[in-house]
Design a protein around this ligand. Structure first.
Ligand SMILES: Cc1cc2nc3c(=O)[nH]c(=O)nc-3n(C[C@H](O)[C@H](O)[C@H](O)COP(=O)(O)OP(=O)(O)OC[C@H]3O[C@@H](n4cnc5c(N)ncnc54)[C@H](O)[C@@H]3O)c2cc1C
Length: 302
């Protein structure tokens, strides 16, 4: 078995934020058995898909990281699609379109992998990753065994799934989609892409999607806007001018810049609306004492 590994590797350019530092060991399993071998043997590895919902410390990550980017096989038979965890959403949306299947159009608009999308319960444009999901294969890090879990047990809620609460790593997912005319699917995808170009930053302004989750029945973007954060900036990190719930890296932002800016946004909304926002972006890696303090407040609400 040969598994590609990079040592002391700078992962900054692998992230959609273009922020990060060096990782001690970065593994790229190419098959399910290689992935499971790593999951059985490495101590507390960090698993990352397309690095589009994460802020990685500029001081890097000590220990092992597994990238699922080579776990990218797709099988299609009639309306059934089985995708490995590292398949990227836009690629799967394209494959569904080519086969006249509807349900994945929303994924053409953002960069997440299937593993990240199920972990986060990704959704947009009235579609969600759970809509057509049937079952998934996971590796249980505690029991060291592979399990097949039906959709109802995945406990999906807004930006949350059982993967965030149990030691499960997603290996693959099976979906049963619906048939539709390709021309209608294509036109929906076009609409989605146009919407994205107008109302959300593209990856030419490096970002990690929405910074904070929407509180119940509220829009985080609107609360932030009303709290007057639009002109906030710290170092190379600033609020995107068209939508207050996006932070963009103007070129040389560090993880500290982003965390400080998130803290300012969090405090502005707390003071103006008495609401504590909860981050959607996940943080990984080393922390200075100051970063530890900020994370304790905004992530752990301590
Ligand atoms: C421009 C832009 C637009 C976006 N728009 C949207 C949107 O409209 N809707 C939306 O929901 N999100 C959106 N996002 C956020 C992001 O793309 C999604 O959250 C996506 O699901 C993250 O997938 P990923 O593969 O990049 O995950 P990563 O960022 O790599 O990881 C995210 C989390 O998932 C975990 N994870 C990844 N793979 C696995 C696995 N195989 N098993 C277990 N855990 C795993 C990681 O450990 C981490 O905690 C956007 C992001 C950007 C940059």
């Amino acid at each position: 078995m040969y598994i590609e590994v990079k040592e002391n590797y700078d992962i900054k350019n692998m992230t959609s934020f273009k922020i990060g530092g060096r990782v001690d060991k970065l593994y790229f399993p190419g098959t399910e058995s290689e992935f499971i071998y790593l999951l059985k043997t490495l101590r507390y590895p960090v698993i990352l898909g397309n690095w589009s919902n994460v802020l990685i410390s500029s001081a890097g990550i000590r220990g092992s990281v597994i990238s699922t980017s080579k776990m990218n096989k797709i099988e299609i038979e009639d309306t059934t699609i089985i995708a490995q965890c590292g398949v990227k959403g836009p690629k799967l949306a394209k494959a569904a379109l080519e086969n006249g299947l509807t349900g994945f159009e929303f994924m053409s608009g953002f960069p997440g992998s299937i593993g990240g999308n199920i972990y986060m319960n990704a959704s947009a444009h009235s579609q969600s990753i759970s809509d057509f999901l049937v079952k998934v294969g996971v590796f249980d890090l505690e029991k060291k065994e592979t399990l097949i879990i039906e959709k109802r047990t995945l406990d999906f809620a807004y930006r949350s799934s059982v993967l965030q609460r149990k030691p499960y790593i997603l290996l693959w997912a099976e979906f049963d989609l619906a048939k539709k005319e390709k021309i209608q699917i294509k036109s929906f995808i076009k609409k989605i892409l146009n919407f994205r170009m107008t109302y959300q930053p593209t990856l030419s302004s490096p970002n990690a999607g929405s910074v904070f989750k929407n509180p119940e029945d509220q829009s985080a973007g609107r609360l932030l806007d009303k709290a007057g954060v639009k002109n906030f900036r710290v170092g190379g990190a600033r609020i995107w001018d068209k939508h207050a719930n996006f932070i963009v890296n103007t070129g040389n932002a560090t993880s500290s810049d982003v965390l400080e800016l998130m803290f300012m946004m969090y405090n502005a909304v707390k003071e103006k609306h008495h609401i504590r926002l909860c981050p959607e972006i996940k943080y990984f890696g080393e922390k200075t004492p100051r970063e530890e303090d900020i994370c304790n407040i905004i992530y752990n609400q301590k």
